[in-house]
Write a protein of this length. Sequence first.
Length: 259
Amino acid sequence: MRTFQTGKVLTPGAASSRRGRGAAAALLASALAAVGVLPAGPAQAAPRQVARWSFDSAAAPMTYRDSTGNGHTLRPLTRHGGRAVPVLHAPGRALLFPWPCAGAGVECPKAALTTAGTADLNPGTAAIRYSALVKLPLYRRGTPQVVLTKGYGNAGGSYKMQLDPRGIPGCILFRTGTGEVYGAGAGPTVADSVWHRIECLRDRTALVLLVDGVQRQRSPIPRALSVANAAPLVVGARNTHDRNDQFNGYLDDVRITIG
């Protein structure tokens, strides 16, 4: 490989010396490659946990501090008397969201938690892993349910974790500008009254769904897909509108890691 430098004029002697050193370096690299030792590439940014909520203690009703110290306090969004109720989940507490409710003219309870959409919650094109502990009884399934979302068709793209009406988990990335939606979702259902760790991982080339540490699906995505929006992060629903994809189960230990 030839290396060009600017801002220097090399004398013939210096050029000869430089060529000699270059040849020696090439021989060394060839020898290292022969034994399987290669020079280290550029360092990758270490993964950084940017938010985590354990729900073990409330700063105020339905208000939970971010245990990473990054200040992403979750605050309540409610309508029609909806609440996320603290319940015991060893060694601390979890939240139970409203029961399923449907029907024309029915004022269904709505409840979600939200924090401001600050820049450090946006992965851009970097890797992101977002996960949650979820327990959903069979009788609480039947509608689409959002566990976590940042953005919803907003400029800047979005990322989301959801359950379909059967209780099958899925990870979603929305690509702004093109309207393309990329998903990774696979059964079996998690609507079985058992706690499950659902994880969504976006790496450079794929979106991966894991349940209880086991990969269920890996779907290709464009390397250039970027998520960087000003929308708030919402847990437990999209919002508190009539069709808000209300989560109806138990939720604990929500984590977001970028890098």
